[in-house]
Write a protein of this length. Structure first.
Length: 173
């Protein structure tokens, strides 16, 4: 009987030792997660996603007007419902002062611009979709330069890189 109890005690002790030593800790989970995340970042960047391919399809160049170089992006655009844009009022050069993932935020910025005197402010969207807020849409590079200078000197508009830039619709007629 003593040997039987000894075997049971040894088996219980062994089971407890195995359970405690094999227990996964939060630290182990964190290390495994960070290693997997690092491997994922190295093997697949944003460029491998559909959004990365769309962003890379946007051609960025420079427009030189009167000695000034303006950043220009060429992208396919759509006309956002309730954004004030249409085929009739989009021209070749569009001064973009805001870009958002949420149409709600773009609409708020558009309304603030209208309240500040930018009556022709509108919203267009890309295929990603990104929502671009435009202060003006003009047909000539000289007018684009004037509009670009106006927004860069206006202290009521908060601009963060890469803004402002000139948007030329790739699907412009």
């Amino acid at each position: 009987m003593k040997i039987y109890r000894l075997h049971i005690l040894l088996a219980a002790a062994f089971t407890v030792m195995c359970a405690v030593s094999c227990k996964t800790t939060e630290e182990n989970y964190r290390k495994a997660y960070e290693a997997a995340a690092e491997q994922r970042r190295e093997s697949t960047g944003l460029d491998s996603t559909i959004y990365g391919r769309i962003r890379n399809s946007a051609v960025t160049s420079w427009l030189v007007v009167g000695g000034d170089s303006l950043p220009v992006r060429r992208e396919y655009i759509g006309y956002t419902d309730g954004g004030g844009s249409s085929r009739d009022n989009i021209r070749r050069y569009n001064i973009v002062v805001g870009q958002f993932k949420q149409v709600f935020n773009a609409r708020q910025m558009r309304q603030r611009l209208i309240d500040s005197g930018y009556d022709s402010a509108m919203i267009v969207h890309t295929r990603e979709p990104l929502y671009y807020v435009i202060t003006s849409s003009v047909p000539t590079p000289e007018e684009a330069l004037a509009g670009w200078r106006k927004v860069t000197s206006d202290r009521s508009i908060v601009l963060k890189s890469p803004l402002p830039f000139i948007l030329t619709p790739a699907n412009f007629r």
